[in-house]
Design a protein around this ligand. Structure first.
Ligand code: SAM
Ligand code: SF4
Length: 332
């Protein structure tokens, strides 16, 4: 691949790759996918070697942070081998290797993930109540997730919890979740539900604007804007009373695209330069071509040309999803 950095037509330097290793998952979160989800054919999914080669190619083009995601990355059998292979570059080529997981399988893997060079990990946790967890994810797995979170902590991983705020579902539990997370020493980020993919329910019913959540929290606690930044779109506040940090990801109510430094690659090698757009380049075709180096370089140049300025998410009655593919396909 060419050694030139990835800079899009709006002058944004792309340094952060979110790489989906599978679109499959052991949960069925209602905001993410329908119960009867159709997954991508296995033959189309990139092999471990292809995922590794692609990652190395991206590093040559200036990617310094890789987040493995999915679907659920830990349901892919050889994912620990990929983490180990990429972990060797942490500190020499990569500033950070991390992953986003639902935590169900984490208890078995946390130590190896930490040993491979991962320092921080995002774990999704929308509720601490077993019945609400079953309602939200359609599976009875809260105990495994909580076991995964403590295993990550015991392995020395810095944990950040992600919570999708859902009207009338976990809305009233949000302060308790924050208190619990901060008590355990974890940051927590609240996320607005995004219109990605067809689901069984109506997103208008689920959508809870985080500006309203913040107002409610401010009646209870003192929130001070924080300078803390990660590579992602989260904006943070410090919560004086709990001593912890709280993030807000507000794609609907407060667009964050101007500072976008990210691209996403699906498990089948499709590069989506924007989570909320249909623009795509096919890296698998390039990877499997007669001249992969040249074709990959060209594909990445194309991706930089077509990356849109911003997403245009809207949630309202009768609105179709902004993009048809779910978050679990593009990689959250
Ligand atoms: N399975 C892993 C997990 O749940 O953490 C990783 C993939 S999941 C697609 C990544 C993140 O996207 C999770 O925090 C999940 O809650 C969030 N997510 C999924 N669908 C979403 C949607 N429509 N709107 C907002 N967040 C969503
Ligand atoms: Fe699976 Fe994550 Fe989607 Fe939930 S949000 S269904 S855990 S991919």
């Amino acid at each position: 691949m060419s050694s030139s950095d990835l800079i899009d037509s709006f002058g944004r330097r792309i340094t952060y790759l979110r790489l989906s290793v599978t679109d499959r998952c052991d949960l069925r979160c209602t905001y993410c996918m329908p119960e009867r989800m159709e997954f991508l054919p296995r033959k189309d999914v990139l092999s471990l070697e292809e995922l590794r080669d692609l990652s190395l190619g991206f590093m040559e083009r200036g990617i310094t942070k890789i987040r493995l995601t999915g679907g659920e990355p830990l349901v892919r059998r050889d994912v620990i081998d990929l983490i180990t292979a990429l972990g060797r570059f942490v500190g020499s080529g990569l500033d950070e290797l991390t992953l986003t997981t639902n935590g169900t399988q984490l208890a078995a893997h946390a130590q190896r993930i930490a040993d491979a060079g991962v320092r921080r990990i995002n774990i999704s946790l929308d509720t601490l109540d077993r019945e609400t967890f079953i309602r939200l994810s359609r599976r009875d797995a809260l105990a495994s997730v909580l076991g995964g979170i403590s295993a990550a902590k015991a392995a020395g991983l810095k944990v950040k919890l992600n919570t999708v705020a859902m009207k009338g579902i976990n809305e009233h539990e949000i302060p308790a979740l924050i208190e619990w997370a901060h008590g355990e020493g974890h940051d927590l980020t609240l996320i607005e539900t995004m219109p990605l993919g067809e689901i069984d329910e109506d997103r208008t019913d689920q959508f809870l604007p985080l500006v309203a959540v913040r107002e409610v929290l401010e009646q209870r606690w003192t929130l001070t804007d924080s300078e803390h930044r990660t590579c992602g779109p989260s904006r943070y506040v410090d919560v004086r009373e709990t001593g912890g940090r709280l993030g807000f990801i507000t794609p609907l109510t407060n667009n964050f695209c101007a500072g976008c430094n990210r691209i996403r690659v699906t498990a089948t090698g499709q590069l989506y330069p924007c989570l909320g757009g249909g623009e795509m380049v096919d890296l698998r075709a390039a990877l499997r071509s007669a001249d992969p180096d040249r074709n990959l370089a060209e594909a990445l140049d194309t991706a930089m040309r077509i990356k849109p300025e911003r997403h245009d998410f809207r949630i309202g009655e009768g609105e179709a999803p902004a993009v048809a593919r779910p978050m679990s396909t593009t990689g959250g």
